[in-house]
Design a protein around this ligand. Structure first.
Ligand SMILES: Nc1ncnc2c1ncn2[C@@H]1O[C@H](COP(=O)(O)OP(=O)(O)OP(=O)(O)O)[C@@H](O)[C@H]1O
Length: 292
């Protein structure tokens, strides 16, 4: 059996008494684009931070590219992560930044340099790659962050709002790149509020609400089941409690849910209480990808 790119089993994260992610069961095939949706505060970033080893789960299990997320050294060589705010040193040029990250990852400098050049070209950043990041626009920083996330040719990439701040042409380049990555069997885990991007790219969409997965399926399946053929936005609103924009076939969230009771499993993790945030040992060492 082929190992899935991402598998979680009852993955749970608490911040003190608050359950941010609750008994999450995910299965993402290799080479798939998984669109991870949910309203503000649903637990998307918390999930991604657990999957990228930056935050220790309070309960349950998670494996990324076959490695346990509690084993940071086994996971990080195989993943790339573009957080909402890419961790970049403003005083470096994009090329220096990528060289720095390639060095931390122990990559062969020449190969990493070639790959970075191709990525700079691809994202239209080649002419500015030797300018200081401090002079970049938000979109240029986003592109530099993407190059940094992809320079080691990862098996699984996690992207939090990758097209935010990009002009339409750059956003299209990013969408095309994600498509190309999936063609190359790279798995893309994409969190965004821009639903047309998910609709266009994702093979599977998962909708997180209040820490639980309340719907999952192909975009067209979700829209069909939730809104009788409306838009993904209609489906999203239907399963996350909004009803004003849901289409004529508006249905209860359970009709498109992942189980008979999508809010069950509030406490499925083995740990009773992970303690308050900031507890020593609660946060995993953030390493080069977390903060600049
Ligand atoms: N460091 C923290 N300490 C305490 N609570 C936190 C912390 N980080 C997140 N939370 C809480 O966990 C819940 C999930 O937050 P998270 O950032 O994962 O949501 P999100 O789906 O990524 O939201 P958004 O779409 O707004 O980025 C929220 O209630 C948030 O307040």
């Amino acid at each position: 059996m082929v190992t899935p790119a991402i598998r979680t089993d009852g993955l749970t994260r608490r911040y003190g008494d608050e359950v941010a992610v609750s008994g999450l069961d995910l299965h993402v095939d290799r080479g798939a684009v998984y669109g991870f949706l949910g309203p503000n505060g649903a637990g998307k970033t918390t999930t991604i931070r657990m999957l990228t080893t930056l935050l220790r789960p309070s309960g349950g299990e998670a494996y990324v590219a076959g490695a346990d997320v509690t084993d940071r050294d086994a996971v990080t060589p195989n993943i790339g992560y573009l957080p909402e705010e890419p961790p970049l040193f403003e005083e470096l040029t994009a090329r220096e930044q990528v060289e720095y990250v390639a060095g931390l990852r122990d990559l062969d400098p020449e190969r990493a340099g070639d790959r970075a050049d191709r990525l700079f070209d691809r994202f239209g950043l080649a002419a500015d790659a030797d300018k200081r990041i401090g002079t970049y626009s938000k979109g240029m920083k986003q592109k530099a962050g993407l190059v940094q996330a992809l320079v080691h040719d990862p098996e699984v990439v996690f992207l939090d709002e990758p097209t935010s701040g990009l002009d339409p042409r750059a956003a299209r380049t990013v969408r095309e790149t994600l498509d190309d990555l999936a063609e190359d069997d790279v798995t893309v885990f994409l969190s965004t509020h821009i639903l047309p991007v998910v609709d266009e790219l994702a093979d599977t969409v998962g909708v997180l609400f209040d820490g639980s997965l309340v719907a999952e399926g192909a975009p067209e399946e979700l829209t069909q089941r939730a809104s009788g053929g409306g838009t993904l936005e209609d489906a999203f609103l239907a399963v996350t409690g909004g009803d004003d924009a849901a289409g004529s076939g508006d249905v209860d969230a359970t009709d498109v849910g992942v189980g008979s009771d999508p809010t069950s499993g509030v406490d499925s993790g083995p740990e009773a209480d992970s303690g308050p945030e900031g507890d020593s040992g609660s946060e995993v060492d953030s390493g080069p990808e977390a903060d600049s």
